[in-house]
Write a protein that binds this ligand. Structure first.
Ligand SMILES: *Cc1c(COP(=O)(O)O)cnc(C)c1O
Length: 219
C-alpha cells in the first residue's frame, strides 16, 4: 500500500458510521490525489479557486469537488461549471452570486452556510438571524439554482478542548434549531485533522480532513 492509502485507511477507521470524509487536498501534489482516488476516495476539498481549477481537469469526472475556503464573489464563475458543494457561503452577496452563476451554467449548486462560531475574528461566517432569513427566503423560491444543504463551521485554533467542544455544540444547536423549524438541512460540516473526534462526538456528519488524509502539506 502507498503512503496515502495507509493514511486513508487509518483515517477511515476513526470515522463514525454515516460521517462523510472530504479529503482536503490543498497544497498536495496531484499524484497524491491520484493515490487517494485509487483507494476509493471521491470527495476532495480545496480552499483556493486557482488550485481547484488546475486540479479538476486532471481528475476523473466522478470526483465531487468541495470548495471549503473563503470564496471571493468575483471568482465564483470559475468553479460554477463543476463544483459539487460550497461549504463557505458566508454572506448574502456571495449566495446570490452562486445562484446567478449556477443558473448561467444550467446547474443547481449545493451550498452550506458558514456560521461564525470561533473566537478568532479571522474566521468568517454569518450569525443566526441572517441564517434564518436566508433559509426562509430560499424556501420561498428566491434562489432556484442553489440548494442549501446544511451548515459549516470552524472551531477556534486552540489546545483548549472544552472551548472547541463548546463551539461545535453551539453549531449543532443552530443546525437542530433550524431543522426543528422545518428547514430541510442534512449536512453539518465540522471537524478537521486536529478536532475530528470532538466534532464527531458533537454531531458532525461531514469532516474536512487534510494532513491526516495526505500527510504534511507543501508550503
Ligand atoms: C485546510 C482546511 C481543513 C483541513 O485541515 P487539516 O488540519 O489539514 O485537516 C479543513 N477545513 C478548512 C476550511 C481548511 O482550510
Amino acid at each position: 500500500m502507498n503512503e496515502v492509502a495507509e493514511y486513508l485507511e487509518r483515517l477511515r477507521n476513526r470515522l463514525d458510521a454515516g460521517v462523510l470524509l472530504v479529503a482536503v487536498s490543498k497544497r498536495q501534489p496531484i499524484e497524491k490525489l491520484f493515490s487517494a482516488y485509487e483507494a476509493g476516495q471521491r470527495d476532495f476539498g480545496e480552499n483556493k479557486v486557482q488550485e481547484l481549477v488546475e486540479k479538476q481537469p486532471q481528475m476523473s469526472s466522478d470526483v465531487r469537488w468541495h470548495m471549503i475556503g473563503h470564496l471571493q464573489t468575483n471568482k465564483v464563475k470559475y468553479i460554477a461549471p463543476f463544483i459539487h458543494l460550497i461549504h463557505s457561503v458566508d454572506s448574502l452577496k456571495l449566495l446570490k452570486e452562486v445562484d446567478k452563476r449556477a443558473r448561467q451554467n444550467d446547474r443547481v449548486i449545493g451550498v452550506l452556510l458558514q456560521m461564525s462560531i470561533a473566537q478568532e475574528s479571522t474566521k468568517t461566517g454569518m450569525d443566526e438571524s441572517l441564517l434564518e432569513e436566508i433559509l426562509q427566503r430560499s424556501d420561498q423560491g428566491e434562489w432556484p439554482n442553489i440548494n442549501i444543504q446544511g451548515l459549516m463551521g470552524m472551531a477556534t485554533n486552540t489546545p483548549d478542548e472544552d472551548q472547541i467542544r463548546k463551539e461545535f455544540r453551539d453549531l449543532n444547536r443552530m443546525f437542530q434549531d433550524m431543522r426543528k423549524a422545518g428547514f430541510d438541512l442534512g449536512i453539518l460540516s465540522m471537524g478537521m485533522s486536529g478536532d475530528l473526534q470532538i466534532a464527531q462526538e458533537e454531531g458532525s456528519t461531514m469532516v474536512r480532513v487534510g494532513t491526516a488524509a495526505f500527510g504534511p502539506r507543501n508550503y
